[in-house]
Structures are given as C-alpha cells and as structure tokens.
Design a protein. Sequence first.
Length: 237
Amino acid sequence: MIKKYQPLNMVLLLLLSSPLFAGHYTTSSERMVPLALECRMPGMVALTFDDGPSDNYGTVLATLDNHDVTATFFVVGSKLEKQKHIDSALDAIAAGHQIENHSWDHADFFSLSLTEITAQTDRTNQIMWDTLGVTPRFLRPPYGRIDIPTAMPIWDLNIGVALWNLDTRDYELSSQNVLQEINTALNGASPDNDSFIILLHDFSAASVDGLDDIILTIKNRGYTLVSLDECVDSGSH
Ligand SMILES: [Zn+2]
C-alpha cells in the first residue's frame, strides 16, 4: 500500500525541493468556516484522527483505502520535525486525505496567552507548508479546550476551529468498547437527520485495529464517510 504511493511521493519530494514552498505559507483559498461541530448535511460522517503523524499511519491508510474512504488527520506541528513523520503525512496526502493543524506541541490553549496561541497556530501552519506544501483550513484545539476569546487568534489567521460531536474515547477504551460508543451514538440518531464528526486517534490500538469494523458499522447504518471539507461544505455551494 505504501509502495503504491511511492511515485507520487517522489513527485511531492521534487516539488518540496523546488522554490514553490519557499517563504511564508499562503492563506487557504477555501471559505473560512469558523466552527466545525457537525456536517452541513445529514447522513455524513467525517472520521478524524488526531495527534499524528504516527507510525500507525500506514495501517490506517491501508484500511481506509480498502474501504475507499477519505479521512482527515489533525497533526501536531512539532512532529513534522522528523522525516519519518513527514513521510507518513505525505503518504496520507498522496492517498487523498485531508491534513489539518492540531497545534505545535499539544498544549492546553486555556493555559496559554493569546500570543502563544497565535504562535502555536502559525508555527504549525508554517511547518505544514514547508514540509507538506499544504495550508491548513482548520485547527483542532488539544483536548477540545477552546472558547471565543481563545479562538480569536486562530480566526485572525483565517483558520477555522474544528471540534467533534462524537468522542469515541479511544484513548481509554478497547476496540469493542469504542465500537459500542459509536453504536450507542448511532442508535440515537438517523442518517436522515444527523451527521457526525468522529474523534479518533491514530496512536490508539483500539481505533487502528478496530477501524475495519468502525467503517463497516457506519456504512451499514446508511451514512456516507466524507472528508472534513466535504462535511462542512456540502450543500453550501
Ligand atoms: Zn490531541
């Protein structure tokens, strides 16, 4: 699976070594969505993986590919100082997935000054541009810790805030219990009325090992799995 993307990686690496990505990152051309909590259209589910890139990207990407599903990865900026993590993120991009900002070092934004929040966002945007050639459209605050004053410096950088409406608790539960969390949420919902942005972590064995079943369960309930872009933009243009 990784092998399959090598030619694209080579193209990306060539692009990265060109002056194309030199200098300051460009602002995303996408329409700014200040807050993403659910999708615009019912029946959509966006899978989001936080805290990477990790060594599990290969397994996660292979499973997503098997099901022809596009997902969104929120990466921690400082991890992109390591080439192996850059390569993982480039694999995800080459496979058509969305990469977004999850702060520089996973700090709790409520413990930071507004200047520090700007730095957390800006520095991650810059390394994503320098190493991946992408400009984030969204930042997901670590631990979901955000309020309007804390979000202001992020919005000032033309970046939206992305949260979730279904926490699988995959950081503390088994695969079976993560699946149960999802089933419980879906039992109380309908694809005719509801949509979900689901919080997962690629460091979690529960999510990585259980991803096959997670995807099948969601699809069998009649939902469509989408990227965060599709989730927030659907029906708006
Ligand atoms: Zn996180």
